[in-house]
Design a protein around this ligand. Structure first.
Ligand code: CO
Length: 211
């Protein structure tokens, strides 16, 4: 018995179309991957990394988790960052959140789901850190702003890792960016938190976070 036949049929069509447009595509990709970008995004099925930035296989190295959180003790995320920076030599790390993030919503309204609540506690920490800025906002605006602030905080977390600090110390040209994606229009917005060194990140963090 064949399981999920539609997905295999979709795959056959997809691979066939790629081969038709570029007969050497898979042969070339087999030899090596050299993506210039590392993407840290939400696992949300509505935010497919490659598709929203129009990149093909081989062009984007991707790490996704619930609510695009990057914490200092997450060995999975740190390993992906290390591999992207030290082995693949990417030039850009993009932290991309999205409005309407269910993880952020759950944290905001205090919904209980079980184990994942502990992961989402990181969002609660972001909210507490910025509580004075969020306090004056209406509910929908607070939700949207917390989605943004979460990206802004994760950019800073990425920039504080030994991986990024060591890369900058070696003179590796590495920029970090914070973006957010709109589920309602499919468009990306640059949150203005970005930089190629600690000073640039810190200055842009203060502007973007409003401090
Ligand atoms: Co999300």
């Amino acid at each position: 018995m064949k399981h999920l036949p539609q997905l295999f049929e979709n795959n056959r069509v997809w691979a066939g179309e790629l081969r038709k447009s570029d007969p050497e595509f898979f042969t070339r990709l087999c030899r090596q991957q050299a993506p210039p970008y590392f993407w840290i995004g939400c696992s949300d099925s509505r935010v497919p990394a490659n598709q929203i930035v129009g990149l093909r296989p081989g062009e984007l190295f991707v790490h996704r988790n619930i609510a695009n959180i990057f914490v200092h003790s997450d060995l999975n995320a740190l390993s992906a960052l290390h591999f992207a920076v030290d082995v693949l030599k990417v030039s850009h790390v993009i932290v991309c959140g999205h409005y309407g993030c269910s993880g952020i919503r759950a944290s905001l309204v205090g919904e209980r789901h079980g184990l994942v609540d502990n992961w989402l506690r990181h969002i609660g920490d972001v909210r507490e850190k910025h509580r004075h800025r969020l306090a004056s906002l209406a509910e929908d605006d607070e939700y949207a702003r917390l989605c943004e602030l979460n990206v802004i905080e994760q950019v800073r977390n990425v920039s504080n890792t030994t991986v990024v600090r060591d890369a900058w110390a070696r003179g590796h040209s590495l920029a970090i960016h914070g973006w957010i994606y709109g589920l309602t229009d499919g468009l990306l917005v640059d949150l203005g938190v970005s930089g190629r060194d600690e000073a640039e990140i810190n200055a842009s963090y203060c502007r973007a976070a409003g401090s």
